[in-house]
Design a protein around this ligand. Structure first.
Ligand SMILES: [Zn+2]
Length: 63
């Protein structure tokens, strides 16, 4: 499943941050700290990655 390349709300590019976000949160880092580090300050853009992770967790047991 592909993460959307751009934020639906503001058009900022978020897809390029997905792999790093996923890897660092997977290693136990605080998602908020990772977002700060990546420069994603708007809530609309953070939502794109957070909601994508949730969707993967819900869908993956059925694949
Ligand atoms: Zn945005």
């Amino acid at each position: 499943m592909m993460v959307p390349v751009r934020c639906f709300t503001c058009g900022n590019v978020v897809g390029e941050h997905w792999e790093e976000y996923k890897a660092r949160v997977g290693e136990g880092e605080d998602p908020q700290a990772v977002f700060d580090d990546l420069g994603l300050e708007r809530h609309c853009c953070r939502r794109m990655l957070v909601s994508h992770k949730d969707l993967v967790d819900i869908v993956s047991p059925y694949q």
